[in-house]
Design a protein around this ligand. Structure first.
Ligand code: VGL
Ligand code: ZN
Length: 197
């Protein structure tokens, strides 16, 4: 069984959003088309409470896109984004959300961020997606979405480590690309055994 995992195609990651990824809206129609070719469609949704600890606004004097240390390791501080129930947290209006079998939300614990669809940024708190996929007999994953170098990257690497057969369609992803993060992510995904096309 083959699932399409659509990562975080939400208003805040598209042009005009709080953490806009250049060209983020360009992938929506081709991602919709790909939904017809798989056995299961799963969407992820970045879903932070107001005042989330990954927001630079919660750290005195910190600039967005700077790095801090959290109890679980290094963490980039972001502009406030994808606040639960806000328009920015909604999926892009043209994304065919009705085709999804499952929508998995992440980043909802105030004190910890979650880039990956499988584990939060402590790399041990599970989201439950692994169990869902295994109990449905899904072993093959195609990943698309935003952003290539953060949530797609962490999701793909975790999935490969868990033993799934993972392909990232880089033509259907867009990157934030800060300080070489895209090149590092591509190297990391390849090293983990992810197929990049
Ligand atoms: C993401 C930064 C913060 C992503 C989510 O979806 O890649 N990046 N939250
Ligand atoms: Zn986030």
């Amino acid at each position: 069984m083959h699932a399409l995992i659509v990562i975080d195609i939400q208003n805040d990651f598209c042009p005009g959003g709080a953490l806009a990824v250049a060209g983020g809206d360009q992938i929506v129609q081709p991602v919709n088309a790909l939904m017809a070719e798989v056995d299961a469609v799963i969407l992820t949704q970045d879903w932070h409470p107001a005042g989330h600890s990954s927001f630079a606004s919660q750290h005195d004097g910190a600039e967005p896109f700077s790095l801090t240390q959290m109890p679980y390791g290094p963490q980039v501080l972001w502009p406030d984004h994808c606040v639960q129930g806000s328009p920015g947290a909604n999926f892009h209006p043209d994304l065919e959300v009705d085709r999804a079998d499952l929508i998995i939300r992440k980043g909802f614990r105030p004190q910890i961020d979650s880039y990956s669809a499988f584990f939060e940024n402590d790399h041990e708190t599970a989201t439950g997606l692994e169990g869902y996929l295994r109990t449905r007999g899904i072993s093959r994953l195609t990943m698309v979405g935003l952003a290539t170098d953060f949530c797609v990257n962490f999701s793909a690497v975790d999935a490969a480590k868990l033993g799934f057969d993972v392909t990232v369609r880089t033509d259907l992803c867009r990157a934030i690309d800060m300080d070489g993060s895209l090149a590092a992510a591509q190297d990391g995904m390849r090293a983990a055994g992810v197929t990049l096309t």
